[in-house]
Design a protein around this ligand. Structure first.
Ligand SMILES: *Cc1c(COP(=O)(O)O)cnc(C)c1O
Length: 361
């Protein structure tokens, strides 16, 4: 018997069981090729169908037309921190950033190495426990960079800034395809797959065609120039073929389950169940972030009695509830309840939290 636990890791993270089963079934003979997908040429017709379908499905789910390009790149979301300013931060312009947590901070650090970088707002003084909402966008900025979900601290953006003519760039790594939004507001979106839509090894970059004309007039490194990957359809070099295939299966699974509207409903329901348990615990559990900015993906909380935090993580493990320890930089507990974590998993976690509270209060 195969044992499956409820996986609350922040990334790599849970994948839908149906997706894993499909991958398992197709592993030895992909689509009649007599090979696994990992052994196929990325230039073959069979693979072309895989990558093109994945692109089309992502566009469909997000309501994007052909003025957007879907890229599948290596280097993780972290390489995008550098690639964005490297391509778009021109002389005489500044890159504007909102600093909402560790990942934004890393993006800012890279930008500063390349050019003028302005942090318009930051919630650092309060340990990134909220989303700053009061800031003025510089009309001449090269772009505004935001992070829609802060994986480590557990905050999420629910309203997005109006940027006028300034391109809006968003790191959506940890809430990608988790909800309905007007995605046409964004000029560039990127997301490491391993949080919400696949295994580690591929970053999805969605770039509006008009952004290509805003790239610096310089002889950029070929691999770090967005135009290379747009013009070659992510096939300039060997793409991360297996992770792309897995992302393709996950987006098919999303489509089969009602798309982003249904996924958003489920994510609201799951996160509410868990936050309600925290809020109704009479202070035994304490939510770690401002209520209006609470992430539906990464639920962060502490125990009033911090000495119980080791014990609870251990007991959770014994109950097949895995990955609940907070990020090493912040401590406490964090339940990552991405798309693939079923409602039943959150229910089991809530029952466990309630039982633990009864035993220890
Ligand atoms: C995990 C994460 C990253 C880094 O992703 P890598 O693929 O590991 O480089 C960047 N931004 C956010 C919001 C993340 O959650």
């Amino acid at each position: 018997m195969t044992k499956r636990v409820y996986n609350f890791y922040a990334g790599p993270a849970a994948l839908p069981l149906e997706v894993l089963e499909t991958a398992q079934k197709e592993l030895l003979d992909f689509n009649g090729s007599g090979m696994s997908i990992m052994e196929l040429s990325h230039r073959s017709k069979i693979y072309d169908e895989v990558i093109e379908t994945a692109k089309k499905d992502i566009k469909n789910l997000m309501g994007l037309d052909d003025s957007y390009h879907i890229l599948f790149l290596g280097g993780g979301a972290s390489t995008q921190f550098a690639m964005i300013p490297y391509n778009f931060l021109k002389e005489g312009m500044a890159g504007d950033y909102i600093d909402t947590g560790a990942w934004s901070t890393k993006a800012i650090k890279e930008s500063k190495k390349i050019g003028e970088t302005n942090v318009l707002a930051s919630s650092k003084e309060k340990n990134f426990s909220y989303i700053p909402k009061d800031f003025t966008i510089d009309e001449n900025a090269a772009y505004l960079h935001i992070t829609s979900n802060n994986t480590i601290r557990g905050t999420e953006l629910f309203t997005f800034p109006e940027t006028g003519n300034v391109p809006l760039i968003c790191d959506m790594s940890s809430d990608f395809l988790s909800r309905e939004l007007d995605y046409t507001k964004f000029d560039l979106i990127y997301a490491g797959a391993q949080k919400n839509v696949g295994p580690a090894g591929v970053v999805i970059v969605i770039i509006k065609d008009s952004m290509l004309g805003k790239i610096k007039d310089a002889d950029l490194f070929t691999m770090l120039d967005y135009r290379t990957h747009v013009s070659k359809g992510s096939m300039f070099n060997t793409p991360p073929a297996f992770p792309i295939y897995m992302v393709g299966l996950v987006v098919k699974w999303l489509k089969a389950h009602g798309g982003l509207a249904e996924m958003e409903k489920l994510n609201i329901k799951k996160s509410k169940l868990l936050y309600d348990a925290i809020d109704n615990s009479n202070g035994f559990y304490i939510g770690a972030t401002a209520k209006e900015d609470r992430s539906r993906m990464n639920v962060t909380f502490r125990l009033k009695d911090e000495s119980l935090e080791e014990i609870i993580a251990k007991e959770a493990l014994e109950n097949d509830l895995v990955g609940l320890k907070g990020h090493r930089s912040v401590g406490g507990l964090r339940a990552s309840i991405y798309n693939a974590v079923p409602y039943a998993g959150v229910e089991k976690l809530v029952n466990f939290l309630n039982d633990f509270m009864k035993k220890h209060s």
